[in-house]
Every structure is written in structure tokens, then in C-alpha cells.
Design a binder for this molecule. Sequence first.
Ligand SMILES: [Zn+2]
Length: 158
Amino acid sequence: MSSATPTTTLQFLAIPQSLADEARRTLTDRFGHRLHVTKAQGPCRLCLRVPNAPEDLILLSYQPLPDTGPYAEVGPIYIHAKGCEPYADSQTFPADFAGRRLVLRAYGHNGDIVDAVVTEPGEAERAAAAFLRDESIAEVHVRHASYTCFDFKIVRAA
Ligand SMILES: [Zn+2]
């Protein structure tokens, strides 16, 4: 008799393209900040690439959770200044983040935080899957381990 553990298929989500397009077009973010193009090494939260050398990026404020409560914090993210391809391989952990220590924050369906962990390089995908086996967790946010800026979301594949 099989006792296989049900697997949780994960989906790795960049920021919405519409938000990046709007910031590029208006050079204003949704919090009213005036934006400009700067040379930096990302990572870009739309294509989920980490440039090897400084590239033209825009820094903007982003709120990864809906504005339903105190956990809906706002923080800085980079996007490429010119159109880049949104991250499309949504069932694969973004390769440019695989070698990093990361912070994973798990949020419930009401936007409250449920749990959090710091993961060593290569461990984030397994840790996110473990969080998302718990039905009370709606999404996991991946963040930089020291700066703690938002990088991308992990959810259950539909
Ligand atoms: Zn990009």
C-alpha cells in the first residue's frame, strides 16, 4: 500500500507587469514617489534576474500584500528601466536566487503573518513547499536575507 506524501506544486510569481509598465511610463510609483533610472545590480522583480554588472534600473516602492491590515508593508524594489521579459517559468524556482540566503515569510488568507524562516542557499523551495502544505497559509514571500527587500511570491499552483 502506498503512503506517498501528496506533493505541493509551487508557482513562483514576479510582480504584475502592469505595475512595472506603469512605473516605466509615468516615472511615479503608486505611493507618489518620483522615480528615476539608476545603474544598479537589481535584482529585477519582473524578470527575476540578478544582473552581473550594473544595468539601468528603476527603484520604486511596492506593497506585496493587499492593503488589508498592518502586515501590508511597503518597501523598495528594482525593475529594469526598459522592457524586460516577465518571469515566465513560473513552476521553476528562479535560478538567480537559488544560491542566496533568503527570508521566507508565510501569510494567511487575511494577510496576517503566520510564520517566517531564514533559509540557506538551495533550501528555500523545500521550505516554501512545507509552508504551503498548511492550508491556512495563502502565500509565501521571498525576501533578501539582510536588506529584507521583497523579491517574489510563492503560491500553490492552481
Ligand atoms: Zn527585468
